[in-house]
Write a protein that binds this ligand. Structure first.
Ligand SMILES: [Zn+2]
Ligand SMILES: [Zn+2]
Length: 353
């Protein structure tokens, strides 16, 4: 498999980000990112998608849109649409219709920051997803780099600390969001998890101090999606976009906080005779199926089965076990960094029926 590193959920000057697409792409190339998903609020920016190249390399710019009902207060229920090629923000207030429309156009829909609490110290309201009556969405944003600040902080002083020392974040996806994902999975929905930056790179000042809160470059080194493709990227804009979107739709990906250590080379699959079942795939249970996890660096590794911890190994870089019964299997890995245990890798599940 060919591993592509994609950074998801990026805002530009077209909504409330602070740089233009090409400026952001230059920083992504320096950070070794292969693909960027731009998701400005309620606008689909046309004409800028495709490869951006410079003397340092190339990055594929994929245009999406983050849609929410701007007439609602508070402005909850943000949804990201990918692979559509036009704005669907006129449907923001009819969430199920919006999801159905994205699906009918062959696109993908991801629920942004499902848990995004209020931060009263900065007059920030709760913008979590609330409408769980909806069906048919492709996935959820399990880990959101920007809203983690709202999850971890309740006083201004703590927010200032992270503004000046962003590398003390992220810690892990919010527990609430993980529980919610497992709940959706165990109820029978196939839900792809992705990690998003929600990059804005906001310029902030407090007295004489000026700071860019979470620069784009910081996001590119933290929460990424590693997408596994059957073929290498060809350099053809449309073909490569299609293969990345289709692998993402199938859940052939994992989320990683690459700041801790590069997660490149992580693999999770279930072997059935000579057949390898990948993240996102389903297969009927058979005796002697072997679950394998390969880690590029030693880490704490937890196998989750049907939302519950099944196996916990405190230090390993290779796990092989025979699975006893059908279930939804996924993997979480943790490592220590800057004095704390932090979430490193979160795989998509394998569904054994
Ligand atoms: Zn949002
Ligand atoms: Zn956003």
């Amino acid at each position: 498999m060919n591993e592509v590193i994609a950074n998801f959920h990026i805002h530009t000057k077209y909504s409330d980000g602070s740089k233009l697409h090409t400026q952001i792409a230059e920083e992504a190339i320096k950070a070794g990112i292969d693909a960027l998903f731009f998701t400005d609020h309620n606008i689909h920016v046309s004409g800028l998608g495709g490869y951006f190249c410079n003397s340092n390399g190339r990055v594929l710019m994929i245009m999406g849109e983050e849609i929410h009902d701007q007439n609602a207060y508070p402005q909850k229920n943000h949804l990201i649409a990918l692979g559509i090629g036009e704005s669907l923000s006129n449907l923001a207030y009819k969430r199920q219709t919006l999801i159905n429309m994205i699906q009918s156009k062959g696109g993908l829909s991801f629920i942004s920051h499902p848990y995004d609490p209020a931060l009263p110290a900065f007059n920030e309201t709760d913008i979590s997803w609330e409408d769980w009556s909806v069906k048919g969405f492709s996935g959820i944003e399990l880990w959101n780099g920007f809203s983690e600040l709202k999850v971890r902080v309740n006083k201004k002083i703590a927010a200032y600390f992270y503004a000046f020392f962003p590398h003390f974040l992220p810690l892990s996806p919010p527990k609430k969001t993980i529980v919610l994902w497992d709940d959706l999975l165990t109820k029978g929905s196939k839900i792809v998890a992705i990690g998003g930056s929600d990059a804005h790179a906001i310029h902030f000042s407090a007295g004489p101090f000026k700071r860019v809160v979470f620069p784009y470059r910081y996001h590119f080194c933290t929460i990424n999606n590693h997408i596994l493709l059957k073929y290498k990227l060809s350099g053809d804009d449309l073909k490569d976009q299609e293969s990345i979107l289709s692998a993402l739709k199938e859940g052939h990906s994992f989320i990683a906080n690459d700041q801790i250590k590069s997660s490149k080379g992580f693999r999770f699959h279930i072997n059935n005779n000579n057949n390898q079942i990948l993240m996102g795939e389903s297969h009927r249970f058979e005796n002697k199926m072997k679950l394998q996890v390969i880690l590029p660096h030693t880490a704490e590794c937890i196998i989750i089965k049907n939302g519950k911890e099944y196996l916990h190994i405190s230090r390993t870089n290779d796990v092989v076990i025979t699975i006893p019964s059908p279930g939804i299997y996924r993997v979480e890995c943790y490592k220590r960094y800057l004095g704390r245990r932090r979430g490193w890798i979160f795989s998509n599940p394998i569904y054994i029926e």
